[in-house]
Design a protein around this ligand. Structure first.
Ligand code: UDP
Length: 238
């Protein structure tokens, strides 16, 4: 069996990742698949913190573009991430993985409040910790929350599971010679405005030298492969 490169990782899952082929909400098949992929990493003995997005349910910026107050819209977006967190917890527990949800906005009846030390304790005990409600602040994204939580729990890498294979040197839709980059730097991502994460998230990762791994979620075995150091997707470092 392959050995993992890391002891503790953070994973960012977008809300869209839970949507599958649907246009809204949570696909039962997809969330089961995602839980299975995460289980395969838990089985390696790797400690996992997950930040989930909410774009499959509600996006603050979209609502504010048709006139809703941005702060209210963003709080709705954060609540959407909690819905996804609970769904993912359920899917993981169905597969026998002990899981805790911690939220950046307190809602004691449904989840624990976010407390770093407590999160670390769960991780040490082999529980998967899902961080809901983003950073708890409007005007941020769950990508930024993922970078933040990754630092706080001292994850060695942030795994960004996406729709695309990784980063290319040109737009693969327009240029059939576009090559997948095995490695790139934060600066290149910022300068070329490669839309892998928002700029705030990339800058925060750069300032703290948190390696980012970008890869396709739908290819089975990818999360585990990346954790074991296989050449999958793109690694972003200095
Ligand atoms: N959000 C926020 N602050 C945060 C994280 C998220 O206000 O720290 C809101 C924001 O409105 C965002 C929504 O929650 O549009 C859902 O998060 P995101 O768009 O990052 O989800 P994803 O694109 O990963 O599904």
């Amino acid at each position: 069996m392959k050995k993992p490169l890391y002891k503790r990782v953070a994973i960012k899952l977008s809300g869209e990742a839970l949507m599958g082929d649907q246009s809204f909400g949570i696909s039962p098949d997809m969330i089961k698949y995602v839980a299975g992929e995460i289980r395969s990493v838990v089985e390696l003995g790797v400690q996992i913190g997950i930040v989930v997005g909410g774009g499959n349910i509600f996006r603050g910026i979209a609502a504010s573009s048709y006139g809703m107050d941005r702060t209210s819209a963003d709080y709705m977006g954060m609540l959407a991430t909690v819905i996804n967190s609970l769904a993912l917890q359920d899917a993981l527990e169905k597969q026998g993985i002990e899981t805790r949800v911690q939220t950046a906005i307190s809602m004691h009846e449904v989840a624990e409040p976010y407390i770093t030390r407590r999160a670390n304790r769960h991780l040490e005990r082999g529980r998967v910790v899902i961080f809901g409600a983003g950073t708890g602040n409007p005007y941020f994204t769950t990508d930024t929350a993922a970078v933040l939580r990754a630092q706080e729990i001292h994850a060695e890498v942030l795994l960004k599971a996406t729709k695309v294979d990784g980063l290319y040197d040109a737009d693969p839709v327009e240029d059939n010679k576009a090559k997948l980059l095995e490695r790139t730097s934060y600066m290149e991502v910022l300068e070329k405005q490669l839309r892998v994460m928002d700029m705030t998230a990339i800058s925060l990762a750069m300032d703290n030298q948190l390696p980012l791994a970008v890869f396709k979620l739908k290819d089975k075995g990818n999360i585990r492969g990346v954790v074991c150091g296989e050449k999958i997707g793109t690694i972003i470092t200095n």
